[in-house]
Design a protein around this ligand. Structure first.
Ligand code: IMP
Length: 518
């Protein structure tokens, strides 16, 4: 397999991190995969199986939720680690290892942190039931409830799985502290949730106590411990040792900075810090030990999945109704026993050429065209991602946390768009309110990103519009060959946000990559 020459980027670097500057789904997986060739060790440090990293390797598509994306390089003797900050779900790792087995890919060099907090069936159950009323639109992988227990000093850890007596004692205590919550659940609803394949098809369900403690103990300390125990170790120590030995270390981010619990848009967040700060810590390192942070930034559109404010989203209410219609159609078909995906339904409903939709006046249609062209359907949940114009206010905010070096991805997707809009400021249209140490007034123009959703939700975007380049750039590898109009837009982003655009991705494959400057 040929790789683009990354030496201009990796020269004199020992630790490189890949993070996302938006709401996730920016194409980090491709870059983790690319830099895995350079790295001796690849570490994930945040999130859990809420992530979905899609990799296209040798024409085969792999989707991992928890395993580091560098796993496909395991045969080269590289170490892949799940660090101390990861919400560890043993069922998912067990399943993903069997995918590797089926493609005859080795996983001998996987290492799992003994101190990663452990996802229990309780976390998935509560996540799925709670989100019906909280309406964050979580992935239902137990992430929020797990981190809540972690900070409440109640969680169990990977290490506990390997000590049956200790695990049993801790689990019984844990579940007894959750009795009031479990008793308050609608029994039929809980049973239905527990029958999901992510909860081992009802294996943990109990008529009397909702959760069957013995079944959980058995599954975690027998099946999972047997399958995964030999991978468990002190990954933080290994990370530090590798740096001391002068090895190349790659940190793999998950989700996106605008979803971070510490920096994301309030309430509509995930529950780990997916910025560079959380990533370094979750890998057992410190941020200053990272020589280069690459902020992955989708261009010239962005997406959000789940709920929460998104000022530049294409289409308003109409777009929301379209998404609802598709979700309802899928649910209806599923009840009839017909297995289908939101993607299949959407494609079946579209009866106009995508190019026409992309360039028409109807923003909802524009969004649908971008979603289909960019294949913007959740890798974890299959949900429709909402697309919108690239927001430079949000990008500047994320770069303030992750640094200025960015990678523009999916640049080939909008090659047929005649007008490219970039958001450069917002007009605040909400009521006067005290915010960030001052009075924020109705109709005020904002050039700084407000992370409080009640403010962001009232922000109307102001745009700069550029002519599109209107030629196929997919697979392009040389910056010189890119159309002048495209370079003009990139230059504008650099001058407006002071970003250093280092790499431009022109397709999903490893070689569809332009190294711009280093
Ligand atoms: P949770 O992480 O499952 O708790 O979900 C919280 C929010 O983060 C929801 O809006 C999810 O859609 C979003 N989210 C979580 N993981 C990802 C991801 O990998 N890509 C995009 N959005 C995500």
């Amino acid at each position: 397999m040929r790789y683009p020459n990354l030496s201009a980027i990796t020269d004199k670097k020992q630790c490189i991190a890949i993070v996302c500057n938006q709401w996730g789904d920016t194409g980090k997986g491709k870059f983790v995969d690319l830099f895995s060739d350079w790295a001796d060790i690849i570490i994930r440090g945040t999130g859990g199986s809420n992530a979905g990293h899609t990799l296209l390797v040798d024409g085969v598509k792999y989707v991992f939720h928890l395993l580091p994306s560098g796993m496909l390089h395991d045969k080269d003797g590289k170490i892949n680690m799940l660090g101390r900050g990861v919400a560890f779900d043993p069922r998912v790792v067990s399943e993903e290892l069997s995918i590797l087995d089926a493609s005859h890919k080795s996983h001998d060099n996987l290492k799992i942190s003994y101190e990663a907090p452990l996802i229990l069936p309780y976390h998935l159950l509560v996540d799925r039931i709670d989100d019906r009323s909280h309406k964050v639109g979580t992935t239902g992988r137990g992430i929020g409830p797990l981190y809540a227990d972690y900070y409440a000093r109640q969680s169990l850890f990977v290490n506990d799985m390997l000590n049956k007596g200790l695990f049993a004692k801790k689990l019984r205590k844990f579940l007894s502290s959750k009795k009031a919550i479990l008793n308050s659940l609608d029994k039929a609803m809980a049973k239905e949730v527990l029958s999901h394949e992510h909860l081992c098809n009802g294996a943990f369900s109990s008529e009397k106590t909702i959760l069957d403690e013995d079944a959980i103990i058995e599954m975690y300390t027998e099946k999972f411990a047997k399958e995964l125990g030999h991978y468990v170790t002190d990954t933080s120590k290994i990370a530090k040792d590798m740096l001391n030995k002068g090895k190349h270390v790659l940190l793999e981010g998950a989700q996106g900075t605008l979803l971070s619990i510490d920096y994301g848009t309030t309430k509509y967040q995930t529950s780990s810090d997916c910025s560079i700060e959380g990533l370094a810590k979750g890998c057992g390192l410190k941020e200053p030990q990272v020589d280069l942070v690459l902020g992955i930034t989708k261009a010239f559109y962005m997406t959000r999945v789940g709920n929460g404010p998104f000022p530049t989203k294409y289409g308003g209410k109409e777009s929301e109704e379209w998404v609802e219609k598709i979700n309802d159609a899928q649910a209806g078909l599923e009840k009839l026993g017909i297995k289908t995906t939101p993607k299949e339904i959407e494609k079946g409903l579209v009866n106009k050429p995508l190019e026409e939709m992309l360039n028409g006046d109807n923003e909802t249609e524009q969004g649908i065209a971008v979603r289909i062209l960019g294949d913007e359907y959740g890798a974890t949940t299959g949900r429709l991602r909402d697309p919108g114009a690239l927001d430079l206010v949000a990008l500047s905010y994320a770069m303030g946390i992750n640094g200025r070096d960015i990678v523009l991805t999916k640049v080939d997707i909008l090659s047929k768009m005649k007008k490219i809009k970039l958001c450069t400021s917002y007009t605040y249209e909400g009521p006067d309110v005290f915010y960030a140490g001052r009075q924020l007034r109705h109709n005020e123009v904002l050039t700084e990103f407000p992370r409080f959703s009640e403010i962001l939700g009232h922000c109307k975007p102001n745009y700069e519009t550029f002519g599109g380049w209107l030629s196929d750039i997919s697979g392009e590898t040389s910056y010189d060959n890119l159309p002048a109009q495209l370079k003009n837009i990139i230059n504008f982003i650099e001058s407006e946000t002071r970003a250093n655009v280092r790499v431009i991705s022109t397709g999903a494959g490893r070689n569809d990559t332009v190294i711009k400057q280093f």
